[in-house]
Design a binder for this molecule. Structure first.
Ligand code: NAP
Length: 347
């Protein structure tokens, strides 16, 4: 028995902003069984994650590709693109998995994935939450926000926290954790609708549309008259410079990502290093994958907050494999509100 597998692939490397036309949908035939004697797992994909870091994998060259992180390696043209997601086992040569198991891990932007031994794949216990939560708030976006905020930023109640890309997958969760701890939280986002949502639904103290602020340093001075203690950076470049200019002594910057620099090679954050020295500011990059040991603590805390209604999942789900290219290009245009996911197949 065989099955037709449609999958998204890259036509040519992307060294600027991604466009839908950079991708094509290819078709292959797959056997509905795994190679005898292998530990391969054939998965029917249900939900796949759409993440900014994938762009760095699609460039002709990026330092991220040689960082040693297995999920950051360059994408091969014309091949399936692996991505985090949820699916169901169709056939398995691996003793840990059997047909119809619900699984989560590195699958692909396609209808089916062959997951090789050694790749990330786990059985999914949904704990009664929608499967999509395990791709976002209870998955890597959540762990990134939790580890980045609590471990990297070491926050204290009452501290003043600034979050960029605050209505995005990671940013909205950082803001929610910070509010729950009792911090003063300001977020920035790219539309008035997002700004309103941050204040009305997620309880941010203040939010502003960075695209309407001519002078980011002055804008931050207005929202933080007593200075910033923590900046959770998702965008880099000018925003990082403006935040550093407004930081208090011993302020902490967690560099989670620099999305504005992903699409523009010429963009670089150049914070005033004299500020960094004299205010003893810590600027630290981090990767969520280094914090797997925090996963149980993160899950307990976050499922509890969800069950008691103290946290909200912000999701943005598109339908169908063919929507993957526009969903991906859209995150660099600010189209998404919350975690961007594509549903590939019915549950
Ligand atoms: P996301 O925030 O859900 O989506 C990206 C958002 O960034 C867009 O919605 C857009 O919102 C904003 N944006 C896009 N281009 C921008 C630009 N040029 N300048 C300013 N804002 C821009 O994505 P995410 O998954 O939560 O990721 C956020 C950041 O965290 C990314 O930099 C990502 O690479 C990083 N990340 C890091 C780790 C880690 O382990 N360190 C893990 C996950 C994610 P607006 O409408 O507000 O512009």
């Amino acid at each position: 028995m065989e099955v037709i597998n449609n999958f998204v692939s890259l036509k040519s490397h992307i060294d600027g902003s991604p466009q839908e036309s950079d991708f094509e949908i290819l078709t292959e035939t797959l056997p509905l069984s795994v190679v005898a004697g292998s530990k391969d797992v054939l998965v029917k994909n249900m939900y796949v994650s759409i993440d900014p870091y994938q762009l760095n994998r699609m460039k002709s060259l990026s330092s991220s590709q040689t960082s040693g992180s297995s999920y950051a390696v360059g994408v091969t043209l014309g091949q399936a693109i692996d991505a985090y997601g949820v699916g169901k086992v169709v056939a398995s040569g691996h003793p840990d998995f059997e047909k119809d198991d619900l699984v989560i891990g590195l699958i692909s932007w396609g209808e089916y994935s062959i997951v090789k031994e050694g790749s990330i794949l786990n059985k999914l216990n949904s704990l009664g939450f929608p499967y999509t939560y395990h791709v976002g708030i209870l998955g890597f976006s959540g762990l990134t926000a939790y580890a980045g905020f609590f471990d990297v930023c070491k926050p204290k109640k009452g501290e003043k926290v600034f979050v960029s890309a605050a209505s995005g997958s990671v940013g909205n969760l950082v803001g929610q954790y910070a509010k729950l701890l009792g911090c003063y939280v300001v977020g920035c986002a790219g539309t008035q609708k997002k700004v309103d949502l941050l204040k009305s639904k997620l309880g941010f103290d203040e939010a502003f549309n960075y695209k309407e602020e001519g002078d980011l340093k002055a804008a931050l001075k207005k929202y933080f008259p007593d200075g910033i203690d923590i900046y959770f950076d998702n965008v880099g470049a000018e925003m990082l410079e403006a935040a550093v200019a407004n930081m208090n002594s011993f302020g902490r910057v967690a560099v989670c990502g620099v999305i504005s620099e992903y699409t523009d090679k010429a963009k670089r954050a150049a914070p005033d290093m004299i500020d960094v020295v004299y205010k003893r500011i810590t600027i630290r990059g981090f990767l969520a994958g280094d914090y797997m040991s925090l996963f149980p603590e993160f899950m307990t805390a976050t499922t509890d907050h969800l069950q008691t209604g103290k946290m909200h999942a912000l999701e943005d789900i598109s339908q169908g494999l063919e929507s993957v290219p526009s969903a991906f290009a859209g995150i660099f245009r600010g189209d998404n509100v919350g975690k961007k996911i594509v549903q590939i197949a019915e549950e």
